[in-house]
Ligand binder design. Structure first.
Ligand SMILES: [Zn+2]
Length: 289
């Protein structure tokens, strides 16, 4: 162990003891000013000191887990906000079929005017080392004493994206995002890996590539796959893949009905609505050109 590292440990230990003894010291002062019996004072101070140390260890053990859970919840909040901001929908836990009857679960899919985002959340602690080409990344815990191998999450997400693409129209161009909810992305040398703040930025900065009607088509399709995992027929996949063509020729991508030009009662604006309304509520401002 280098001298620098040893000094770091000693410093950390002293800081830890100081923080843990704060309650004991405060109560000891209070008791001294109240002239509490010195025997009682000593006992209470010692008990508080021990409790402080135990509390300190418990915090060190559990605070990172709590932070991780909060981070996962924050991913949902961010994506929900983006869905509202950019006229879209957030769909969770979508199971997509894969090769040899295997399935994979996609954590979050955000469909909005800024694009189709396939988001994978990672709640790893410690330092993570890796780049885009490596099959495995390395997690370093406990100041370098523990090293674990992780399957490159970009490759995992890439598999998800490939499978999703097979189910969606050609023009759907999924954008992959792997989010490290604890923000430990500083040692990762790869594109498409983000902290929470990075995730927000990449969605905000993305160009407006999807029209309102395309957002609806994709969100409907993905919702269908979520509601019917593994039971989707080939014909259904084909009809979803053709959704763009249908729109172009004025056919409702949701039910196959005819789209008719209507005028909004609210603001007098024109929109295309399904002739099967109110049974089918599909509507869009633009037909695909
Ligand atoms: Zn319809």
């Amino acid at each position: 162990m280098s001298r620098y590292k040893a000094a770091k440990y000693v410093f950390a230990a002293i800081a830890f003891l100081m923080v843990c003894s704060i309650p004991a010291i405060l109560i000891h002062w209070a008791m001294a000013s109240l002239n509490v019996d010195s025997m009682v004072d000593t006992i209470i101070t010692v008990i508080l000191f021990i409790a402080g140390i135990i509390g300190g260890f418990v915090s060190i053990r559990f605070i990172p887990n709590i932070k991780g859970r909060l981070g996962e919840a924050r991913v949902n909040r961010i994506l929900n906000r983006m869905a509202n901001k950019y006229g879209g929908r957030l769909i969770y836990d979508v199971i997509v079929p894969g090769e040899d009857g295997k399935t994979s679960q996609i954590d979050h899919i955000l469909v909005c005017t800024h694009g189709l985002f396939v988001v994978e959340t990672k709640n790893y602690a410690g330092r993570i080392y890796g780049n885009g080409k490596q099959h495995d990344w390395t997690q370093v815990l406990a100041y370098g004493r523990v090293k674990n191998k992780l399957y490159n999450p970009l490759m995992q997400n890439y598999t998800h994206i490939r499978r999703l693409k097979e189910l969606l129209p050609e023009w759907a161009k999924p954008i992959g995002a792997v989010v490290f909810v604890r923000g430990n992305v500083g040692y990762i040398d790869a594109e498409g890996v983000y902290s929470l703040r990075g995730l927000k930025r990449v969605i905000n900065d993305a160009a407006e590539t999807l029209s309102e009607s395309r957002v609806t088509v994709l969100a409907d399709a993905i919702q269908h796959y979520k509601d019917n995992p593994m039971t989707t027929s080939k014909e259904h996949v084909k009809s979803i893949k053709d959704a763009g063509k249908k729109l172009k020729s004025g056919i409702c991508p949701r039910c196959g009905g005819e789209l008719v030009l209507r005028i909004s009662k609210n603001d007098g604006s024109k929109f295309w609505g399904c002739s099967n309304y109110p049974k089918c509520t599909f509507h869009t401002k633009d037909l695909e050109k």
